[in-house]
Design a protein around this ligand. Sequence first.
Ligand SMILES: NC(=O)c1ccc[n+]([C@@H]2O[C@H](COP(=O)([O-])OP(=O)(O)OC[C@H]3O[C@@H](n4cnc5c(N)ncnc54)[C@H](O)[C@@H]3O)[C@@H](O)[C@H]2O)c1
Ligand SMILES: CCCCCCCC=O
Length: 927
Amino acid sequence: MNDFLFRSMSREQKAVERARKAFLTGRSQSLEYRITQLKNLLRFIRERQKEIAEGLKKDLRRSECGTPLYETLGLENEINLAVRNLKEWAAPRPVSKSMMTISDQVYIQPEPLGVVLVIGAWNYPWAVTIGPLIGAIAAGNAAVIKPSEELYPVVTGGVTETQELLKQRFDHIFYTGNGTVGKIIMEAAAKHLTPTTLELGGKSPCYIDSNCDLAIACRRVAWGKFLNCGQTCIAPDYILCEPSMQDRVIEELKKNIKDFYTEDPTKCLDYGRIINQRHFKRLMALLEGSTIAVGGENNESDCYIGPTILRDVKPDAKVMQEEIFGPLLPILTVSGADEAIKFINQREKPLALYIFSSDDKLIKRMIAETSSGGVVANDCLMHFSVSSLPFGGVGNSGMGCYHGKHGFDNLSHLRGCLIKKLKMENVNKMRYPPHTVDKLGWARFFILKHVDFGSLGRMMLLALMVIFAAVIVQAPNSMEFNMALSNALCAFTADMAYTESKVNLNIPLWNEEIFPDMELEQQILSLPIRCIHSEEGCRWTAQNKLLQAHLSVCEFNVVSCPNRCSVKLLRRELPEHMQHDCAKRKLHCDHCGDEFTGEAYENHQGVCPEESVYCENKCGARMVRRVLGQHSVSECPKRKLPCRYCKKEFLYDTLQPHQQQCPRFPMQCPNRCGTPGITRETLMAHVKEGCSTAMVLCPFREAGCKHKCPKTAVGRHLEEATHTHLSLLSGVVNRQRLELRELRRAVEELSGSRDGTLLWKLTDFSQRLQEVKSRTSGSLELFSPAFYSHNYGYRLQVSAFPNGNGSGEGSHLSVYIRVLPGEYDGLLEWPFPYRVSFSLLDQSDPALTKPQHITETFIPDPTWKNFQRPRPGALGSVRGGCLDESMLGFGYPKFISHEEMKKRNYIRDNAIFIKATIDVVQKILNS
Ligand SMILES: NC(=O)c1ccc[n+]([C@@H]2O[C@H](COP(=O)([O-])OP(=O)(O)OC[C@H]3O[C@@H](n4cnc5c(N)ncnc54)[C@H](O)[C@@H]3O)[C@@H](O)[C@H]2O)c1
Ligand SMILES: CCCCCCCC=O
């Protein structure tokens, strides 16, 4: 695979490609390699036990013991079983022979399939993913796992990733999950003709017979049903029992639910939760139309559904239409075992069938008359833990199986092997043309007769072969017959001896009733032969009669281990086996000195209390394992301890330094105010704001009060200094008023025009007029924003008296203009020389009538003080109260009478517009 191609592949393709490449190196074929991988897997499971359990606690609220109990211990057992038996499982398996193959090697050779895809489900994610993986590794396959490296990459993801994965070519797909997806998997597998194992689910019935101990039966059913919150593929889905038993069944189940999960299962650590809200809603909908006898409590936000029993459920109820896969247990009544069998057989074949009865005959009958993936009598779920039983479904509940050797076989190709020799050709003549009736007769005998050495006897066969050979060669005289016989026997004996060291060679060599020729017997026994293991390398040759004795010492003969460990192997492998592999060999532990069998020693390794080990926290200390626990808990400087203040975990040797900075460390107020619960992080705030003894400033400090006192005395000060505070505040108000006025002026000036024209709108005119009229003294002068005669010109301001000023007071609107100190005064001609016009604008609609503005114009007299250069920094005569004559306004006290103003639309929307125009000569504007 070139690098570019590999890089352009999807993640899923890469995983499969990597696994296939690794498989093709052939390294997964060696038994040592497989065993090493299995042992690594075992170590991984043991080392990660805590994390595994924690993960499932988060997903399914499994208790800490639940995961080892129902998943990982079983996996450990499966791995140990495979490691112990792999040699035997993977060895050639001799099979029975017919007369046709009597002298051939006929056996089955399990061989790896290639790359296996394992797709697991979420309910027992370790059991249903690692379980099949154990079979795949044992059988010598590579595997891609979907819920690490090289041979067993893990591809995580959801539907999209799985579908991408399924496009790849595998040699076997092992899927666990629901049937709908099972069909998708099979369809994808069909594209590459990939064999598939489908571990599905279904509605597993539970029949409780009237003849049984109900208390025990219901205890076992309650366990099997509510374990993992009912999310177990083989959980009893529903109960079938006679109507008269229903109430007692409910009572017993109820009692056990309480015993297992307490009165309030929401608080019980052993009661799980539904995997997600989608399943929660699905389950709640299944309750529709059924009668709840027990439970029914639920809480969607917590994915909680309490153990629930439904009574008198009808076959057409919603809860009976699909696999429940949750903590709802319907009870359906039937008249007895006959109706139960009928009920079960009318539905899809379930994954499990449970029968509770004390009647063995009834149990056997129900097994005989129904079909299901597995069947358990008088218990629930437990067949899953028996490694010697195949675990899998049938029909709608799945196909294929695993656990123990069944997983190995399922994920192996069981290859049929027949190895013949290029000898004994006479025996074959019966199948070669010309075909004759005689040959057919012999063929019938040879083909239909299967060899049973125990009853027939090796020599009888020998005799038959001889007779057959003689007949076939049709040698009539005894010389030729004997020659043919000897030849046939030489070849045959050697082959036979290979084929079956299992054959009982102690049976009488010659059956006198059949062939009482002692001389021939001696002749046969004196024939020189090779050892039956010559092909494996044994160089022994001698007379036929010495073979038996030789085989009892032959290095190549297959023998059973004398320790009765059940392993069979070549004699020459025996010493190695007995010293290193035999499960029953005797061993002394180097550390504790105790004696163990090999099997027990394997389990003892890694746990021996006297073995010297390093501290797992990597603190560098070494000690005997016996004291490791004590060391880890109370001595190890690298042990983790929670900070008693902030509860975060720290290594022991960093805990002290942490506590010197811990934000939750308890502190005392430096003022010793006695406030409890102050921590390092809240101390500053406390001293500043919370401490009752801290000296604080008067809240009116901004207004100028300099008083300082303990926090508790602030109230009294506020009461005593009300007057002082009020006068301070009024000072503040005055200052602010002045500031405000200045600001307003600055804003107005900034927004004023610089083209010699002011258009000034006075709003609320009638109110202003009214206000000033109602005053007993004084007038109201309103000021326009300042404006400039031109760019860099004179700064001017217009003012108006709504109720008149001077001679116009009380009857007219008076209008004035004044020159204000400006930025450019130093550059200008003085006195102010330009013509000024005031207009009061007629706001009549020009479309209806021509507006008649009131306009007055004057040219300033150079002698007037009003138009001399104003004193820099001078304030307006009115606003500042300063009598600077240059700041006085000039204008018209009787600009327009109030009467006149009413005649046209000078006042409109309660506003008037005053326009002031300065005629600056063009020359100035151009300069
Ligand atoms: N026989 C067994 O050993 C066994 C064990 C556990 C669960 N189950 C059965 O599994 C069912 C519950 O599991 P589930 O199916 O909800 O689990 P799930 O949702 O985890 O699905 C199973 C697997 O199929 C994959 N998948 C889902 N939709 C897919 C799609 N459209 N295309 C390709 N892959 C897809 C998922 O990613 C997952 O890996 C029940 O019926 C239960 O009885 C059977
Ligand atoms: C002993 C209980 C084990 C149950 C495992 C079931 C796997 C399928 O959901």
